[in-house]
Design a protein around this ligand. Sequence first.
Ligand SMILES: CC(C)=CCC/C(C)=C/CC/C(C)=C/CC/C(C)=C/COP(=O)(O)OP(=O)(O)O
Ligand SMILES: O=P(O)(O)OC[C@@H](O)CO
Ligand SMILES: [Mg+2]
Length: 235
Amino acid sequence: MTTACPWDDWNHILKIDPDKELPEGVTYGDLCATGTDAIEVGGTMGITEENMEAVVEACAEHDVPLYQEPSNPEVVIDNRALEGYLIPTVFNAGSPFWITGAHKEWVRLDGDMDWDRTWTEAYIVMNPEADVATYTEADCDLDAEDVAAYAEVAERMFGQEIVYLEYSGMLGDEAIVQAASEATEESTLFYGGGIHDYDSAAKMATHADVIVVGDLAHDEGVEAVRETVEAARDA
Ligand SMILES: CC(C)=CCC/C(C)=C/CC/C(C)=C/CC/C(C)=C/COP(=O)(O)OP(=O)(O)O
Ligand SMILES: O=P(O)(O)OC[C@@H](O)CO
Ligand SMILES: [Mg+2]
């Protein structure tokens, strides 16, 4: 059976962190109207069911696909406004907990999984300064060959539909993004980290299938995000 993957047609994702404020005068509705293909709600630190629900509710009435990206099983919310759940698994994590352990606990405690709305993202975490790197004790000391190999393992051995090259907080090394792109044929390559204007978005979008923009929405607002959407479409 083949399942249609909505992200096959995406260029751009906006990731909203429920633990961060929006710039003055900016609403969640404004962010939904930037032309982004989808919104992922998630972050590493300070995530609760309450702040997740608040953001999902605020985005629900706007016409953009909404996904939750939980950082642990306790913050997964049951909200019909969500198209589904994008569940990270961190291939270069320091502990198996962040590869399969948290997932096992989630399934064990849930008992009634919504598999039709659940997908995984095979993360390769690259910025040692990011919260997500500390949280998962990721080994970020990887060169282009390591990253390409992880991406190929994710696609060929673990059948991952999404490979996510994560530089959260910094702009990545273009040669490494290119290597990940060349290593994947079937998987969709997400790139996220440090995209802050048209040029940085365009650069990463020439290699990645989908670019993810996060902090820019919280730090700069709507116009800056819109530029990155344009760049992703032009690439
Ligand atoms: C099994 C379930 C339901 C959950 C576990 C999922 C896993 C393995 C999570 C570990 C990786 C993680 C924390 C992913 C969250 C998404 C992410 C990388 C957000 C960006 O993080 P940062 O930008 O570093 O964090 P802040 O912006 O919060 O500082
Ligand atoms: O916040 P930035 O640096 O844009 O990163 C986006 C996303 O990949 C974070 O998970
Ligand atoms: Mg962040």
